[in-house]
Design a protein around this ligand. Structure first.
Ligand SMILES: NC(=O)c1ccc[n+]([C@@H]2O[C@H](COP(=O)([O-])OP(=O)(O)OC[C@H]3O[C@@H](n4cnc5c(N)ncnc54)[C@H](O)[C@@H]3O)[C@@H](O)[C@H]2O)c1
Length: 350
């Protein structure tokens, strides 16, 4: 089994752990990848608390998913060359999921692979994106279509970075925490709203690491992490070109609700469980959308989903709160029923 990144999550001494890590490794040079927001809000803390990084080269890119692309990768490769990065250099990804995905890809391809570490600064990156080794870029308008699976050498999580994160981004990350609870840990699901932030992140990361360790290359069990994402991704893509686009996590919440309804239709969960999921998600997230979704709008995107095979739609679906299975065949009718339920209840929820 491939070795996963050792996780350090000790809020009070995250940076002592980082300094210790750097001392043991003897890297020839350090590069820190950030965007304008993590440069302003997180970099000063990192450099103040970890003196070894005082002379690190800073590579700043513009924030946003639209920058997770090949041209930016090429610019970063060029900067690494200009500043004489060698096989023994370290790339430090300081940012949200865009930075950790992009930086992981840059590092895993530069000189056939240099070491990188992740210092996630959004809730989504702390609880999800920085963990598991999937990295990559968007290409030809397809999300994450080019990339590698390469583990970071370590992940350092400092949850104080969340203090500057906008509320909408925070809620976006919380969606993935609810997802991991729903697919893998009933206790987390039941106590989520009362738990300390640090504990929630630690538990989510632990659960994801455990799933990934069993299936690093995404051939089986790891697919359960896609619960809520088949329809969530279709909704996100469809709304992208409207006046009211959703963040990924916001779309995934609706995806989880719809896919739970499909699990209920297939008698994989009871009505009581479905209602509980609906109630919890509606309490903690704003799930209203202005646009009418309509199966015909989502169908082309769903048909291209990478989880399908033999022209059948396949999804990861829950079998209980805290349990999930994958490659479940779903019919168009079941998706339409779920959409009708969701849209039919919109007025009741308001
Ligand atoms: N590799 C994986 O397993 C995995 C899993 C889930 C998502 N992802 C990827 O993650 C990306 C989304 O990540 P994200 O939601 O973190 O988005 P992001 O990286 O774009 O960050 C969101 C915004 O928050 C800002 N920001 C970051 N940290 C901040 C801080 N501490 N204070 C203030 N502002 C801050 C960023 O500059 C950006 O504007 C997507 O590209 C998605 O594909 C990857």
């Amino acid at each position: 089994m491939e070795k996963l990144a050792p996780l350090t999550f000790i809020k009070s001494n995250t940076f002592d752990e980082l300094s210790k890590f750097l001392k043991t490794k003897n890297y020839s040079s350090y590069f820190i990848l950030c965007d304008e927001n993590t440069l302003a809000h997180c970099l000063p803390t990192l450099i103040t608390k970890c003196k070894l990084l005082t002379d690190a080269e800073i590579i700043e890119i513009e924030s946003g998913e639209e920058n997770k692309q090949l041209e930016i990768v090429a610019n970063i490769w060029q900067t690494l060359i200009d500043f004489n990065a060698d096989k023994n250099s370290l790339l430090i990804n300081l940012g949200g999921g865009v930075i950790t995905d992009l930086g992981g890809f840059v590092a895993s391809t530069f000189k056939r692979g240099i070491d990188f570490i992740n210092i996630p600064t959004t809730l989504l990156a702390m609880a999800d994106a920085s963990v598991g080794g999937k990295n990559g870029i968007d290409f030809a308008n397809i999300k994450n279509v080019v990339g590698t699976i390469t583990q970071p050498k370590a992940i350092f999580i400092y949850d104080n970075f969340l203090s500057t994160l906008p509320q909408r981004q925070y809620s976006n990350g919380l969606a993935e925490v609810y997802k991991i609870a729903l697919i893998a840990n009933k206790k987390l699901w039941q106590n989520l709203s009362e738990k300390r932030e640090a504990k929630i992140i630690e538990t989510s990361v632990g659960l994801k690491q455990k799933i990934v360790a069993k299936d690093v290359h995404d051939k089986g069990l790891r697919k359960i992490l896609n619960f809520g994402h088949t329809l969530g991704h279709a909704i996100e893509s469809f709304l992208l070109n409207t006046e009211n686009p959703l963040l990924h996590g916001e779309a995934v919440v609706i995806g989880m609700l719809l896919e739970s309804h499909i699990a209920f239709q297939k008698k994989m969960i009871t009505k009581e469980i479905f209602i509980e999921i609906e109630t919890v998600l509606c309490t903690h997230f704003n799930i209203e959308i202005k646009e009418k979704l309509g199966f015909e709008n989502l169908k082309p995107i769903i048909s291209n989903d990478k989880k399908n095979s033999s022209n059948k739609i396949r999804m990861a679906l829950i079998t209980d709160i805290g349990a999930c299975t994958f490659d479940v065949e779903v019919t168009e009718k079941q998706i339409i029923n779920a959409l009708n339920y969701f849209e039919g209840n919109a007025t009741k929820r308001n």
